[in-house]
Design a protein around this ligand. Structure first.
Ligand code: HEC
Length: 177
């Protein structure tokens, strides 16, 4: 009887937790080249259990999208780690452009974008998980989305509210520094 009581308490708590946390999609992150599940124990150890990473892994949506602080950090990280190959404004250089929807991989979801950055793709696009933590990858992703110059009807990664505020990126707002 006593045990049953505890079980009831535990299952009630579990249900309450499930109700308050964002909807889990149950989707599995995969390597863009091999199709095998990504090993999230690879790469940098820090920055794996931040609230943003936890939310992302549950919802497969980047909670840093259009977050002001994350954009500042993401921009700086992007300029250091990515702009040499992808261009200062994501316009493309050695690597393809990231600021429009002419991409080769399934980048129209945050899941697809994370998969390529964490696990890598072909040619010089190696896994970035030794360079950036998972939390930093989400910050860089937010900045990449912010630099988007495509049409609003090609955007699938923003919430309705974010989409309503969307304006194509204007380089003049972010002079080269
Ligand atoms: C040494 C050059 C190099 C660096 C540094 C680099 N990339 Fe790449 N990236 C590439 C190349 C080349 C490709 C094309 C790979 C392919 O086609 O499989 C690519 C592809 C990609 C794609 C997929 C584009 C598409 O069309 O689907 C994304 C997203 C991406 N890179 C993001 C990043 C981010 C974010 C960083 C920094 C953390 C980064 N890359 C750093 C060279 C680089």
């Amino acid at each position: 009887m006593k045990l049953k009581g505890w079980k009831y308490v535990i299952s009630t708590v579990a249900i309450a937790c499930a109700m308050t946390s964002p909807a889990a999609t149950g989707q599995v992150l995969i390597n863009a080249i091999t199709g095998q599940p990504l090993d999230l124990t690879e790469g940098r150890e820090e920055g794996r259990d931040t609230p943003a990473v936890k939310t992302f892994l549950q919802t497969m949506q980047n909670p840093y999208n259009e977050d002001e602080q994350a954009l500042v950090k993401g921009r700086s990280l992007y300029n250091t780690a990515c702009s040499g190959c992808h261009g200062y404004y994501g316009e493309g250089k050695i690597g393809p452009a990231l600021n429009n929807d002419s991409w080769s991989y399934e980048l129209d979801t945050d899941k697809g974008l994370f998969e390529v950055i964490f696990g890598g793709a072909d040619r010089q696009m190696g896994p970035q998980n030794e360079i950036l933590t998972q939390d930093e990858i989400l910050q860089v992703m937010a900045w990449i989305r912010h630099m988007y110059i495509g049409e609003p009807d090609t955007i699938f990664w923003y919430t309705d509210e974010q989409l309503a505020k969307f304006k194509p990126f204007n380089q003049e707002d972010y002079p080269h520094n």
